[in-house]
Design a protein around this ligand. Structure first.
Ligand code: AMP
Ligand code: GLY
Length: 436
């Protein structure tokens, strides 16, 4: 039986592992969580230690390694595996800069004229401050490097922007990007990127998804890694617009990376805003979104492993169109007390069986979970996602929420039988209801 090694420990990696198991593939996950341990075997290696993980892979020789999270990509896991001739799906350290350095992404978009907000990168605090002083529109201050989705401050006024600058520099260092603030609806488009036989860049877009990034309902509060998702997101990106976004943004971006000597393989994730002047890129990520991946994969009918192999082998253009369910998937994330700040861990989680499919059309993917003394306990910020797949968004939404204990119940730590929850867990109550 084929075996894959999935790199990461989140809900995204659990959903990738679930898809692979469903295709009859054995799954190893490094380092994984309690959920991934139940569908295969967890490997206790820090995947950012790319030499150790490559040595391990060399011994086990998995059919393919799939990198879920960005940290190991930034550390060069793909470079290390490729030098050893080990098959791996993900971008090299150089190509991953599209996410790991917002200054790099910003200058690439500018150089190749790819639609994006007005934007300027800085490595010097006084120049950044001066820029904000002279900037007469609302702006967004972004840390240059990886911050788990927490290094972005969207500001209304100059005063707010100046204090956001101090906060971001204090936390993440002196490199920042300052962007014009755009207004509009957002969407995430992920694409499988690889090459053709002639070594040309090629891509297959997945269904558009919607992410709920802010902590509180009605998009209030600080940014998080993402607290819920919906797929497909045709309300904002129609089928026609998906083609347009591919032609005008995704394809030019992978061509630009190739032209810069950084050819891209892996998932390319573009976060867009639909403005009155068309779609503009707010950010790129060099891997699948979390929670977007968990709401996209349950709708994908085509086996994923052959597509990923085609991307790395150079025949992505030979893959026929991906086949999708025509249902809607809604996912609600249950997070720990304290998240997105320091999370309280070791809380016992109730109502999660040792399987992913709770019942037909309901999936639970685990993230910050571990087993302790025979119990399932929390071990991170985002703990799990409850997915519901149904004929429409409203039905899916109701079914997903019906599995969670109420916010009053989690506050008291009194989780009724048949409901999912843990003491002081929290979730947004408006997932799949952004517009009404
Ligand atoms: P990012 O990590 O760059 O995608 O930013 C996180 C979130 O901040 C986005 O999903 C938007 O909600 C918001 N954001 C980022 N850039 C902008 C911008 N230029 N204008 C308005 N909102 C933004
Ligand atoms: N959900 C946003 C991200 O994965 O970065």
């Amino acid at each position: 039986m084929k075996e894959v090694l999935v790199i990461g420990n989140g809900g995204r990696e659990h959903s990738i592992g679930w898809k692979m198991r469903g295709e009859g593939t054995n799954v190893l996950t490094a380092p994984g969580n309690a959920g991934t341990a139940a569908i295969g075997r967890n490997i206790e290696i820090d995947p950012e230690d790319v030499t150790r993980i490559a040595e391990f892979a060399q011994k086990l020789n998995p059919y393919l390694t799939i990198v879920g999270q960005e940290g190991p990509l930034e550390k060069g896991i793909v470079n290390e595996f490729s030098e050893r001739g080990l098959p791996i799906f993900g971008p090299t350290q150089e190509a991953a800069q599209i996410e790991t350095s917002k200054i790099f992404a910003d200058s690439l978009l500018k150089k190749y004229g790819i639609p994006a907000p007005e934007s300027e990168g800085f490595t010097d605090l006084s120049l950044a401050r001066q820029y904000i002083e002279n900037y007469n529109k609302p702006c967004v201050v972004k840390a240059d490097g990886l911050t788990g989705g927490k290094g972005v401050e969207v500001c209304d006024t100059k005063e707010e922007a100046l204090s956001a600058l101090d906060k971001i520099i204090g936390k993440y260092g002196p490199k920042v990007v300052i962007q014009e603030r755009l207004y509009g609806q957002e969407a995430s488009v992920l694409a499988i990127v690889g090459k053709t036989e002639l070594n040309e860049p090629a891509l297959l877009p997945l269904l558009p998804a919607e992410d709920y990034k802010q902590l509180y309902d009605k998009d209030k509060g600080p940014n998080t890694g993402g607290l819920g998702g919906v797929c497909p997101h045709w309300d904002v990106v129609s089928r026609e617009e998906l083609r347009e976004v591919s032609q005008k943004i995704l394809i030019p971006t992978i061509k630009a990376l190739a032209a810069e000597g950084k050819p891209y393989t892996g998932i390319l994730y573009a976060g867009f805003m639909k403005t009155k002047d068309g779609f503009k890129v707010l950010e790129f990520n060099c891997r699948g979104g979390d929670p977007e991946t968990q709401v996209i994969l349950p709708l994908l009918k085509t086996p994923l492993l052959p597509v990923l192999m085609a991307a790395i082998k150079g025949n992505l253009d030979k893959i026929e169109q991906l086949k999708w369910s025509n249902k809607t998937c809604v996912g609600v994330v249950l997070a720990s007390e304290g998240y997105p700040g320091k999370s309280v861990t070791d809380r016992e989680i109730f109502g999660v069986p040792n399987r992913i499919e709770l019942e037909k059309g309901i999936l639970v993917f685990q993230a910050g979970t571990k087993s302790k003394d025979g119990k399932l306990v929390t071990s991170g910020g985002r703990v799990l996602i409850v997915d519901s797949i149904a004929e429409n968004k409203e039905v899916a939404r109701q079914k997903a929420y019906s599995k969670l204990a109420s916010l009053e119940e989690v506050k008291k730590g009194e989780i009724p039988d048949g409901k999912i929850g843990f003491l002081n867990g929290h979730y947004r109550t408006d997932i799949a209801r952004r517009n009404g």
